[in-house]
Write a new protein. Structure first.
Length: 106
């Protein structure tokens, strides 16, 4: 599956969201800068109101390689939303790779 198939959207230059590859009902987030939960939730609320978005750990930031193009982006390390029952896996060259989900198979 391609990241672009999950309707990714930049909320600012440091944070994007995309549909969970497993349930396709909840937005997952990913950021490349340390950002408080409040800062993240303010961005979510401004764009989506109170839609379900899984925020990132405030103290953590991923590395986005290959620029900001969803078609080719590499995100390291893995994204882990399993604590909220969602996908844990990799984005490599714009592809959703592997992954697990609490209560479900990869």
């Amino acid at each position: 599956m391609r990241l672009v198939d999950l309707n990714p959207l930049w909320l600012n230059r440091h944070l994007f969201v995309f549909w969970c590859p497993h349930c396709h009902k909840t937005l997952l987030s990913c950021k490349n800068a340390v950002m408080s939960r409040w800062e993240q939730c303010d961005l979510f609320a401004a764009r989506f109101g109170y839609a379900s978005v899984v925020p990132c750990k405030p103290e953590f930031a991923w590395v986005f390689a290959d620029g900001a193009r969803f078609e080719t982006i590499d995100v390291t390390p893995s994204l882990d939303a399993s604590a909220s029952g969602h996908w844990h896996g990799h984005i490599t060259a714009g592809e959703i790779r592997g992954g697990t989900q609490i209560g479900g198979a990869a």
